[in-house]
Design a protein around this ligand. Sequence first.
Ligand code: SAM
Length: 235
Amino acid sequence: MSDKERSSSPEFSPFAFGEDLAPLPEYKAAGTTEVDFSGLLGEPLKLHEDLKSGCGGQLWPAGMVLAKHMLRYHQGRLQHARILELGAGGGVVGLTVARGCASLDHPLYLTDMVEMESLMQRNISLNGLDDRVRARVLNWGEPLSQEVLDLKPDTILAADCVYFEPAFPLLMQTLQDLLALVPSATVFFCFKKRRRADMQFLKAARKAFTVAEIEDGDRSVFRKDGLFLYTFTHK
Ligand SMILES: C[S@@+](CC[C@H](N)C(=O)[O-])C[C@H]1O[C@@H](n2cnc3c(N)ncnc32)[C@H](O)[C@@H]1O
């Protein structure tokens, strides 16, 4: 991919959805909500939601599924992990992991486009997690920053990042760059199928990576809502 292609993140708007798409989650007024994943989080997570910076400003269903999955199945195993979340929005997945893990040796990175940076930071501070979570800009398709290269993330979280077709090759490029950087890394990838094109992303992922559907006690429930949970690893 040329530098020009890599840096041309598409014009993005929560309203840029075709009519064939399932609607976005119900639009809410800005406000703060609390989630504890049926008591899995002792202390609930506070999340400020505000759509003024983009659609990532509110909770999306795949974020809730992936956050709960990480809590139920990985909470005790992430102390030494180098964790980076892509398309974090308000940060529900990464913040849940940071709140749920008793200790983390490395800072956890929430990343998204610049428009989401202040909301990510706000939610980090709202939960008193400034000492273990950092908010950074990471535009898909662009070369990884020196900070990410130095972090060498081995646990990558991505929820509801498949929803805007022009961004598919950019997201794919970033996933490839991350798995080339750390070939032993695992991407935890959750998405909601809203239209047929979304499965094209999965098809491309199957060509590039080893893709495995993950076991989860709630799978029969979230699959009914069109949600899929996978790991991607280096082939
Ligand atoms: C549907 S939201 C999901 C937010 C969150 N992960 C969740 O599940 O609640 C998708 C996120 O991807 C981000 N995003 C879209 N295109 C991007 C790009 N080219 N580079 C980086 N982030 C992008 C958006 O800003 C948004 O926060």
